[in-house]
Every structure is written in C-alpha cells, then in structure tokens.
Design a protein around this ligand. Structure first.
Ligand code: HEC
Length: 101
C-alpha cells in the first residue's frame, strides 16, 4: 500500500518536472507573436508588450501567469494543448516576468 502511494507521488512529480522542463521558448514566441500581440497592441499600443510590464499588473506569480495565459487563450478561441500554453508561459516568463517556479 505504501509503495503504491509513493509510486503515485513519483509519477506526479515526474509529470510536473517534464511539463516545465520541455518548454520550447522559440515555439512559444512564435505562437505568441502570431496570435496574442494584435489584441494587446489595440489595448496598450506600441508592440503590445507594455501589457506585461504595466504598473498596475495583477500577475504576481508563475501560477497566476499560467492562469492568465489560459484565460487569454480561451478569449482568443484557440484550442491549444497544455504543451503550447506552457511554451508561451515560458517565453513570457523568461522575457518579461522572471518569476521563480
Ligand atoms: C481578445 C483580446 C486578447 C487576446 C487575443 C489576448 N489577450 Fe492577453 N489580455 C487581454 C486583456 C484585455 C488583458 C488585460 C486583462 C486585465 O486587465 O485583467 C490581457 C492581459 C494579458 C496578460 C497579463 C498582463 C499583465 O501582466 O497584467 C497576459 C500574460 C496575457 N494577456 C497573455 C496573452 C496571451 C499569451 C495571448 C495569446 C494566447 C493573449 N494574451 C491574447 C486581451 C487579449
């Protein structure tokens, strides 16, 4: 029984690790630049990236960033799998937010 439980924990952490370790930032940038900027430009002007660096930014943690990317993905209406979301989150985090994970 105990062995069974630790097996589940191990599998869980392996999945979490590979979820973040396999992020493909250049794919994330590609997805981001072709899908996400035009709407942000219409809100924020410039190249749209000001929305990530604005003062009253409510995104303060890595999980909050994931959540917001999913929210925006849904308002965009695309069906990105978690892998794609993760690539975009990683791109945004490395470029703008720099949160610890
Ligand atoms: C239909 C318009 C629209 C599209 C398309 C869109 N966004 Fe957004 N995005 C917004 C709006 C509006 C906000 C500001 C929300 C707020 O102030 O609460 C925002 C905010 C964000 C933020 C938080 C900015 C911050 O730090 O405060 C992130 C991250 C983000 N968008 C990512 C994305 C990504 C990734 C995509 C592409 C999948 C995307 N957005 C596509 C409208 C859009």
């Amino acid at each position: 029984m105990i062995r069974h439980i630790s097996y589940i924990c191990l599998t869980g952490s392996l999945i979490v690790t590979s979820f973040t370790a396999n992020a493909d930032m250049s794919h994330g940038k590609e997805l981001h630049d072709s899908n996400c900027t035009s709407c942000h430009i219409s809100i924020q002007g410039g190249d749209g990236s000001g929305i990530y660096t604005r003062e009253n930014n409510r995104i303060e943690t890595y999980p909050a960033l994931i959540k917001q990317v999913k929210r925006c993905r849904d308002s965009l209406g695309v069906q990105w799998p978690d892998n794609d979301v993760n690539d975009v989150v990683e791109y945004l985090n490395m470029t703008f937010y720099k949160f610890d994970k």
